[in-house]
Design a protein around this ligand. Structure first.
Ligand SMILES: N[C@@H](CCC(=O)N[C@@H](CS)C(=O)NCC(=O)O)C(=O)O
Length: 256
């Protein structure tokens, strides 16, 4: 049975899973959901993933949800093709600790600039009642949406999110220097690198790459991950926000 992936082109969590699938050369049936239209909140999808978020994967009849869980599952199910986890319990624990940090820090914080800079104009076009109904229908992100409202997150929230993203870049720099690089854990590209990749690509997409202006190790890490074979098929056209939102592309052009 083929692997079935429910995901969205621009979704950072989906990009982790697509990268691992391509790294392992696995074929999969891809279902693209339109998150701004609310495909993830439709009853048929909620039966697969009651959290109303992407990605979700079906493999051998089993539903697996949450990107961090899915990528570990894939590496465990297909351990001999392009292994993405270190051998040895202590190293494995270290990688998982990095992944937890990444989920708590950049993966959560990146939503604030993403919604404020990219998605807000869409939500501002909705009537107040439409927006409220959309927000209320989200099982996991109702409070997040209500905190943003149609005016956007206040500067204090933006500053806090950017602070957490900046600390992530510092932490990555420490990991690279402690392991000797070029990857976070040394010579092997692991699920920790793949977990944080979409947040850095998103920062670049939002024109916020000044965060690592003084960190050459991060610029090198990013350049290297872009050169990996799975990168291009993961970021197929339409995966970047600048490809989807003309106002962002304009912003990027102006800064060049
Ligand atoms: N921890 C989950 C988070 C999933 C998540 O937040 N997905 C986002 C896209 S990256 C989503 O589907 N958002 C839809 C929404 O907010 O309604 C994972 O890593 O899979």
């Amino acid at each position: 049975m083929p692997i079935v992936l429910y995901n969205a082109p621009q979704s950072t969590c989906s990009q982790r899973v697509r990268f691992v699938l391509h790294a392992k050369g696995l074929t999969f049936e891809e279902h693209k959901l339109n998150l701004l239209e609310g495909d993830q909140l439709k009853p048929d999808y909620l039966r697969i993933n009651p959290n109303g978020v992407v990605p979700s994967m079906i493999h051998d009849g089993a539903v697996v949800i949450d990107s961090a869980v899915i990528i570990e599952y894939l590496d465990e199910a297909f351990p001999n093709i392009a292994p993405l986890r270190p051998r040895g319990l202590a190293e494995l624990a270290k990688m998982r600790t990095m992944m937890r940090y990444i989920d708590e820090m950049p993966a959560a914080s990146i939503r604030v600039p993403t919604f404020n800079i990219a998605f807000l104009p869409r939500f501002q076009k909705m009537s107040a009642a439409e927006f409220l109904a959309f927000a209320e229908s989200k099982p996991l992100r109702k409070e997040f949406m209500l905190a943003m409202g149609q005016k956007g997150f206040p500067q204090k929230d933006m500053d806090e999110a950017m602070g957490r993203l900046s600390r992530t870049v510092e932490r990555m720099d420490e990991w690279i220097s402690a392991s000797g690089g070029p990857w976070l854990m040394g010579g092997q590209l692991t699920l920790a690198d793949i977990s944080v990749m979409p947040s850095l690509i998103r920062l670049e997409d939002l024109n916020l790459e000044q965060l690592w202006k003084h960190k050459p190790s991060i610029a090198r890490w990013l350049a290297m991950i872009k050169l990996q074979a799975p990168f291009k098929p993961t970021y197929y056209p339409g995966s970047l926000l600048t490809e989807q939102f003309p106002h962002l592309a304009e912003l990027k052009k102006k800064s060049v």
